[in-house]
Design a protein around this ligand. Sequence first.
Ligand SMILES: [Zn+2]
Length: 405
Amino acid sequence: MAAAIAVVPGSPVEPISTETVVEQLGALPAAVSSSDPRPFIREDKIRTGESLASALRRLGVTTHTVTTQANAPKLMRDLAGSFRPGAFITVASTAEGGLQSASLSNAGSDIEHVIQVVDGKLQVSQQALAFETRIHMQSGTVQSSLFAAMDAAGLPDSVAESLSNIFGDDIDFHTDLRRGDRFSVIYEVQYHQGRAIRTGRILAAEFINQGIRHAAYLFAHPNGNQEYYNQDGKSHKEGFLRSPLEFSRVSSGFSMRLHPVFGTWREHKGVDYAAPHGTAVRATADGVVEFVGQQNGYGNFVVLRHRDKYTTAYGHLSGFAANLKTGTRINQGDTIGYVGSTGWATGPHLHYEFRIDNIHQDPLTVSLPSAAALSGASLTAFRNQTSALATQIAHLQQSKAVFLD
Ligand SMILES: [Zn+2]
């Protein structure tokens, strides 16, 4: 017997009326019939030191012929490394403890391996995971570093790296971040069987850096190209990245620009970025390789030409990206080499130059060519696609501000 009390809400001056509902529950089935064809599904992670046979037993498979076959070397080969500690295993078994199927998948992987019994033998097949995409929203405030703020907000590193790429034309994430900077992000998370497997695209983001608001919305052009635009429909991709260094958890701590060994940038003709040996160096804009090789004090050196009059140069590299040759086309953000200390350098750092018509400019203050805004039908399509996201971002930022106050 179960009793439930339904409460009718009323104002405090009125007597609150209550009603008691009594319901007789039927007897629970004592056992599941062994002829029930529905499988029992159990899932867990593979434990350290556990064999496939013991995992199957732990998750309900008792059939001896199955468990004796489960550790065969050929089966392990067919599973291609997907059986390992921490892998997700989902086992469907019959009421008698027979195996219907078992599937193994690993975090970040697009595929799963499925084990089934075919003619009494265990067989492995591989299939693409069916993902379900859900939209997540999150915001945070920078207290010490972007990665600390991401951790506090429960966001994976990939989101921080994506934000640094998306806003790379507006913000140098190595040097511009300040305590109190705020961000909001709306992004996709791909789920498989209710588990978050990985993050997908960032659909919209806002970054308030030193009091200045930067927004980005992903816009899908009719031809399928997807690109980030600000609230006015200006592309974040055209133009130049503010920093030639990849932003990562490792490199993010190295926010200090080196002071030139002597003089100002005018004599030095560039900016030096301290960074760990091996940090990826990226092209700050689309372009073509004009020089790759060694050049006296510069050590391993790359020069890129962008459109007609702009060139960027990258010195002291420990090595170059594979297949980098004079004439190679490069996209903005592509890795062209790695931080090192070749040539005239006392420690690992990147020497970066920016030239207009072969005249050196200070990369930190030069006004960079800005993108033309979308117009006409494209702008209308952009507004239609992104207005709901803009509203959500605004709400997210407001609720965060209220919460912080
Ligand atoms: Zn230098």
